[in-house]
Write a protein that binds this ligand. Structure first.
Ligand code: HEM
Length: 142
């Protein structure tokens, strides 16, 4: 009789200590091509951003080598891979940039373009996009 209650409590506590958007297995990490695939994907993604006049101004003073390393770590971890993101939290990083929803969507389009170039399966693309969409409020209009 108490088992469902205990299980619900365990799930609730689990959701409080685990990042909500983290994958529960490594299938997305595998679909993205593991560490090497994600690193290559992030390189293409940054090149797309560099070519995107809607948002490139935000990155004028950015250390691109660090951005690449941090994005690779973050996507590796969030997709269920064996990595730990060592960068700053999303609110701290993006506070003061006043990123708009239109700019957020532009960045998402750049990621889709990069994933298309890397021939990532559409199902994996959608899983990664859902993870990023959940971070919208941590990035936009801070
Ligand atoms: C879900 C969407 C996003 C994710 C997951 C994300 C992730 C990250 C990560 C991991 C970093 C590196 C943090 C560090 O160095 O410790 C970063 C930095 C940065 N992000 Fe985002 N970001 C997102 C959206 C955006 C958008 C929409 C913009 C602007 C259009 C933006 C602009 C920047 C800039 C300019 C930096 C570099 C900050 C600096 O130079 O120190 N980000 N982001």
């Amino acid at each position: 009789m108490f088992r469902p209650v205990i299980m619900s409590l365990a799930l609730l506590l689990g959701s409080m200590v685990m990042p909500a958007q983290a994958a529960s297995d490594d299938s997305l990490y595998q679909a993205l091509g593991q560490q090497q695939g994600i690193s290559a994907l992030m390189e293409t993604f940054i090149l797309e951003i560099a070519d995107d006049e809607r948002i490139v101004h935000h990155f004028e003073k950015t250390d691109i080598e660090r951005l690449h390393r941090m994005l690779t770590e973050q996507i590796c971890e969030l997709s269920g891979g064996p990595c730990s993101y060592s960068g700053d939290d999303m609110v701290t990083v993006h506070t003061g940039m006043n990123v708009t929803t239109a700019e957020f969507n532009a960045l998402v389009e750049d990621l889709i373009a990069a994933m298309e170039q890397h021939e990532i399966a559409v199902s994996a693309q959608n899983r990664l996009l859902a993870i990023l969409a959940a971070m919208h409020k941590e990035v936009v209009n801070l």
